[in-house]
Design a protein around this ligand. Structure first.
Ligand code: HEM
Ligand SMILES: *[C@@H]1O[C@H](CO)[C@@H](O)[C@H](O)[C@H]1NC(C)=O
Ligand SMILES: *[C@@H]1O[C@H](CO)[C@@H](O)[C@H](O)[C@H]1NC(C)=O
Length: 322
C-alpha cells in the first residue's frame, strides 16, 4: 500500500509539473514542421532566391518586415494584415507608411508553402524563415530558425506607431525600447547591423546630413546631393544605409560608424562617445563576433511574445484572417 500511494503521488506531481514546464517558455523549436512540412525550407528559399535575384534590395526589405512584426505585440504576422472594417492594420502606421515593402514576395512565399503543405505553416513563421534566408543569400551568417508561431487575428496601428523606434531616437531611447522587449544593448547594436543592407529615404536622414556635426563632411555632402534641404522636396529619394556594400551582409556598417558615416541619426548614436562605442568598435574589427552576436540577437528577437498552442490561427492568406 505504501509504495502504491507514493508512486501515485509521484504521478500526480508529474502531471502537475509538466504543463508548468511548458508554459514558462515560448515553445518554439527548430524542428517544428519537420514532419508536417518537410519541404518548408527549400520552398521558402527558392522564392526568396528568385526575388533577390530580381532585386537585391528585397533581401533587406524582407529582413525589416520581421523586425517590424516582432516589435509590435510580438512575432505574430500582424504586420501583414490589410486594413478591414473592424481594425486599421499596421501597414499605414507611421514607421511603415511609404516605407515597408515586400508584401507581394511574402504572398508568393505563402502560396508556395500552401501548395506544399496546406494550412500548416503560419505567416509569422514564413517571415522568420524569409528573414534568415535573406541574410544568408546576401552573404551573412546562417542559423537554425525557431518555429511554431501562430498568426494574430488582429492588428494595431497604435501599437505600431508606439513600438518601432524612430530614426530620431537617441542612444538611451534605443536602449530602453529594446530592453523593454528583453533585448540587451549588445543585441540592439548587433541587430542594427541589419543596416549593412538596404536603403533609406531622404526624409529619414535629411536633418542628419544638413544639421549634425558628428558626421564626416564629405559623406554629408555626398548625401545632400540626392536629398534636397527643403522638406517636401525629394523626400522619397533613396540612399544606401551602408555606403560601401549595400547588398552584402558584412560588418562595413560598423566601420562606417567609426568613421562618422552613419546615415541615420539613430545609427550614429551607437558610436558617439557613449556606452555602446566599444561594441561598435568590436564589430568593426571582427566580422565573426558580429555574426555570432547577430545570430543570437535574431533568435532572441524571434522569441518575442509568440502565439503558440491554440492561440491565434494558421492564416491561409497572410493579408487577412481566416
Ligand atoms: C535600432 C533601431 C532602428 C531604427 C531607428 C531603424 C530605422 C530605420 C529606418 C528609418 C529605415 C529607412 C526606412 C525608409 O526610409 O523607408 C530603416 C531601414 C531598414 N532597417 Fe532599420 N531601424 C532600426 C533597427 C533595425 C533592425 C533591428 C532591423 C532588422 C533586424 C532593421 C532592418 C532594416 C533594413 C534591412 C532596412 C532597409 C530596408 C529596405 O531597404 O527596404 N532595422 N531602418
Ligand atoms: C499612427 O500614426 C499615423 C501617422 O502619424 C496617424 O495618422 C494615426 O492616426 C496613428 N494611429 C494611431 C492609432 O495612433
Ligand atoms: C536645421 O536646424 C535648423 C535650426 O534648428 C532648422 O530650422 C532647420 O529646419 C533644420 N534643417 C533640417 C534640414 O533639418
Amino acid at each position: 500500500m505504501a509504495s502504491l500511494s507514493s508512486s501515485f503521488k509521484a504521478i500526480l506531481t508529474l502531471a502537475f509539473l509538466i504543463p508548468l514546464m511548458g508554459s514558462s517558455s515560448a515553445q518554439l523549436s527548430t524542428n517544428f514542421y519537420s514532419t508536417s512540412c518537410p519541404k518548408l525550407f527549400t520552398t521558402v528559399k527558392s522564392v526568396v532566391n528568385s526575388a533577390i535575384s530580381k532585386e537585391a534590395r528585397m533581401g533587406a526589405s524582407l529582413l525589416r518586415l520581421f523586425f517590424h512584426d516582432c516589435f509590435v505585440n510580438g512575432c505574430d504576422g500582424s504586420l501583414l494584415l490589410d486594413d478591414t472594417s473592424s481594425f486599421t492594420g499596421e501597414k499605414r502606421a507611421a514607421p511603415n507608411l511609404n516605407s515597408v515593402r515586400g508584401f507581394d514576395v511574402v504572398d508568393n512565399i505563402k502560396s508556395a508553402v500552401e501548395n506544399a503543405c496546406p494550412g500548416v505553416v503560419s505567416c509569422a513563421d514564413v517571415l522568420a524563415v524569409a528573414a534568415r534566408d535573406s541574410v544568408v543569400i546576401l552573404g551573412g551568417p546562417n542559423w537554425n530558425v525557431k518555429l511554431g508561431r501562430r498568426d494574430a487575428r488582429t492588428a494595431s496601428q497604435g501599437a505600431a506607431n508606439n513600438s518601432i523606434p524612430p530614426p530620431t531616437s537617441n542612444l538611451n531611447a534605443l536602449i530602453s525600447r529594446f530592453n523593454a522587449l528583453g533585448l540587451s544593448t549588445k543585441d540592439m547594436v548587433a541587430l542594427s547591423g541589419s543596416h549593412t543592407i538596404g536603403q533609406a529615404r531622404c526624409t529619414t536622414f535629411r536633418a542628419r546630413v544638413y544639421n549634425e556635426t558628428n558626421i564626416d563632411n564629405s559623406f554629408a555632402q555626398t548625401r545632400q546631393g540626392s536629398c534636397p534641404r527643403t522638406t517636401g522636396s525629394g523626400d522619397g529619394n533613396l540612399a544606401p544605409l551602408d555606403l560601401q556594400t549595400p547588398t552584402a551582409f558584412d560588418n562595413n556598417y560598423y566601420k562606417n560608424l567609426v568613421n562618422r558615416k552613419g546615415l541615420l541619426h539613430s545609427d550614429q548614436q551607437l558610436f558617439n562617445g557613449g556606452s555602446s562605442d566599444s561594441i561598435v568598435r568590436g564589430y568593426s574589427n571582427s566580422q565573426s563576433t558580429f555574426s555570432s552576436d547577430f545570430v543570437a540577437a535574431m533568435i532572441k528577437m524571434g522569441d518575442i511574445s509568440p502565439l503558440t498552442g491554440s492561440k491565434g490561427e494558421i492564416r491561409k492568406n497572410c493579408r487577412k484572417i481566416n
